[in-house]
Write a protein that binds this ligand. Structure first.
Ligand code: NAP
Length: 347
């Protein structure tokens, strides 16, 4: 598809909490392709953009960062720098990812300053030589899994990392990275029609043990799982309480998501007598707090994707100049759908 104009998914008001955006709230707008690219600006032809839970939260107005309305939806994505301004730090034809929250990636093309983009592989790789849908999701989920394993606890080979919502893409990447680095994993999945699918995926990803929500500490011990060194919670409520019971003395439980829409629960004795540490992790804040380390993380994570260590379970949906938007949204909002919806912006 050649670029003649820009088709963008725009919202001017929030979607009621927990509802699927309709085409009158999230609508396609057509605008002319920018003809002048000045200063550090870069004109990017978007290639792929995922639909993440955080994008859905932004559409509801409930996320930690909200763009002013009206806004183009989407925070993550990959594209190619087709025209660069005279002061751009990004070379023409570089493969770039969104480096900023709120860039508005659900559109066929965008104009952004060089600082809002990051050139992958030194700008020297052609889209034909890499897996574009995989790289389109590289920041939100792989970087979160990578940093939580690297930054939140001093893990040694053989240590056990437990995580709930293990059917999510973050869960899949936690299993893949933990295997790569020699940690053992206890992956906790809620029961449902796709349980067997998730069990197979997580086992292939290297999860050491996979259990269903509703387990007890005794049933986990009976599997031979030692006390947990790091627990990663994306659910809250009873799920976080059951996982906290598995923690070793002094171990950490970090909350990075609230899928269960319930407050985090931790048994009081774990805090009083076992000295466990309870904290949160938000990638957006980590990236803002550590600007000098971000390029190293992106290099490492994109390399891990390219070498196949990290592999997301992706469902590609063609954007069709905006005609495919509602199909992609419906797909992403289907509660038990497996995998991550990625919109292919030029198909
Ligand atoms: N803090 C951060 O910086 C950060 C960064 C990235 C992601 N996140 C968060 O991490 C979580 C996962 O994100 P993702 O993009 O990897 O998700 P995803 O791939 O879109 O999948 C979400 C998964 O969560 C499962 N799930 C939904 N509600 C659940 C519940 N109440 N209990 C257990 N499982 C549940 C669903 O499984 P079923 O098959 O059972 O429906 C689905 O597989 C989200 O909360 C997201 O906001 C946080």
């Amino acid at each position: 598809m050649s670029l003649t104009d820009v088709r963008s998914a725009v919202y001017g008001q929030y979607v009621p909490r927990g509802t699927v955006p309709t085409s009158d709230i999230l609508r396609i707008e057509t605008s002319p392709l920018p003809t002048e690219v000045t200063g550090t600006d870069v004109l990017v032809k978007m290639l792929a953009a995922p639909i993440n839970p955080s994008d859905m939260n932004q559409l509801e107005g409930t996320y930690g960062t909200q763009p002013p309305l009206p806004a183009v939806a989407g925070n993550e994505g990959i594209g190619i720098a087709v025209t660069v301004g005279p002061e751009s730090t990004i070379k023409q034809d570089s493969l770039v990812i969104a480096n900023n929250q709120g860039l508005g990636t659900w559109r066929t093309a965008l104009l952004a300053p060089s600082s809002a983009l990051y050139p992958l592989f030194g700008g020297a790789v052609s889209p034909a030589d890499v897996d574009i849908p995989q790289l389109s999701t590289m920041v939100v989920n792989p970087c979160t899994a990578y940093l939580m394993l690297k930054e939140l606890a001093p893990l040694k080979k053989g240590d056990v990392v437990a995580f709930n919502a293990a059917s999510s893409q973050v869960g899949l990447h936690l299993a893949q990275l933990a295997r790569h680095w020699g940690f053992r994993t206890l992956a906790i999945v809620r029961d449902g029609p796709n349980y067997d699918y998730h069990l197979t995926k997580l086992t292939e990803a290297g999860a050491t043990w996979v259990v269903k929500e509703g387990y007890t500490s005794a049933s986990v011990r009976a599997l031979g799982v030692p006390p947990v060194a790091l627990a990663l919670n994306a659910v809250g409520g009873p799920s976080s309480e059951a996982m906290a019971k598995l923690l070793a003395p002094g171990a950490t439980m970090a909350t990075y998501g609230g899928l269960g829409k319930a407050p985090v629960m931790v048994p009081t004795p774990k805090l009083l007598f076992h000295g466990v540490i309870v904290r949160g992790f938000w990638l957006t804040k980590w990236l803002l707090d550590h600007p000098a380390r971000v390029p190293d993380v992106y290099e490492d994570v994109s390399g891990l994707i390219r070498s196949g260590v990290i592999r997301a379970d992706i469902k590609e949906v063609p954007f069709r100049g905006g005609d495919g938007l509602m199909e992609a949204v419906k797909e992403a909002y289907t509660p038990t759908r497996p995998g991550k919806t990625v919109m292919m912006m030029q198909q």
